[in-house]
Ligand binder design. Structure first.
Ligand code: PMT
Length: 224
């Protein structure tokens, strides 16, 4: 933690990457998140003076220099446990992870075999919403959510901001060569009573602007 920068003296917890929900010892449900957005935000938060805890799903990325602690997890349930522990007393939580919405109801400890009865039918159960759980805490950190949408990005983002009672939401479009899995992203930031579009840029550059906006909103809210 540095003594200088807009996040100096603050503990920031960031979750990043996908979660993998195991079906059997060889198969899982996953998604295309690379972790690049979350890791870029972690680097930008360190540069802004924060003490950073980074909770990472299964990604192939090196820990950004200066991150105080990195916790690697695989599933949504493991990510939930790690986040709930890390946000205890933290100042800011940034949820960039693409957490699987569902996991299989029953994990098979043996490899599911092909057979004459045809394809298996997987029963799914909903995973807990980590972001909503953190936002419902009292006291709670300043909570920044993300939303990955294929359509009606702003409209759906605004609904998520209100439903989950977030302090800020960064909505991104899921499309060709931008957003999930890509090197670039574009974000529509919204907060109660305001918003700003951050145009397409490389994730490290975008992360610096996002962190500056989060710091400004955090300070404004702390003064209010
Ligand atoms: O990792 P990259 O390849 O760099 O891609 C970055 C990204 C596209 C994954 C990232 O920018 C992003 O949008 N992350 C959120 C993706 C997502 O799952 O959005 P959602 O609309 O399904 O979820 C909304 C919010 O709730 C997110 O902050 C998510 O972390 C959180 N959530 C969702 C489900 C759940 N069970 N628990 C959660 O905490």
């Amino acid at each position: 933690m540095s003594h200088e920068g807009p996040l100096a003296g603050l503990h920031v917890v960031i979750d990043a990457g996908p979660t993998y929900e195991d079906i059997d010892p060889v198969r899982f449900l996953g998604n295309r998140s690379s972790g690049k957005m979350g890791f870029a935000i972690a680097a930008a938060a360190v540069a802004a003076g924060a003490e950073v805890t980074l909770i990472a799903g299964p990604v192939a990325l090196a820990t950004p220099a200066g991150v105080a602690r990195r916790i690697d997890v695989r599933s949504a349930l493991q990510m939930r446990d790690a986040v709930l522990q890390a946000v205890e007393g933290a100042d800011i939580f940034i949820a960039t992870a693409a957490v699987a919405d569902w996991r299989v109801a029953e994990y098979s400890s043996r490899k599911i075999k092909k057979g004459p009865s045809g394809a298996p039918v997987l029963e799914l159960v909903e995973n807990p919403d980590i972001l909503a759980e953190v936002a419902a805490r009292d006291p709670r950190p300043f909570v920044v959510g993300f939303a990955a949408e294929t359509d009606h990005v702003l409209e759906n983002g605004r609904k998520k901001l209100e439903r989950k009672k977030l302090d800020m939401l960064a909505a991104n479009h899921v499309g060709e060569n931008v957003g999930i899995g890509s090197d670039d992203n574009a974000l529509d930031l919204i907060w109660p009573g305001g918003g700003e579009s951050l145009p397409r840029a490389a994730k490290p550059e975008l992360a610096k602007t996002l962190v500056a906006r989060i710091a400004a909103r955090y300070r404004a809210q702390a003064r209010a």
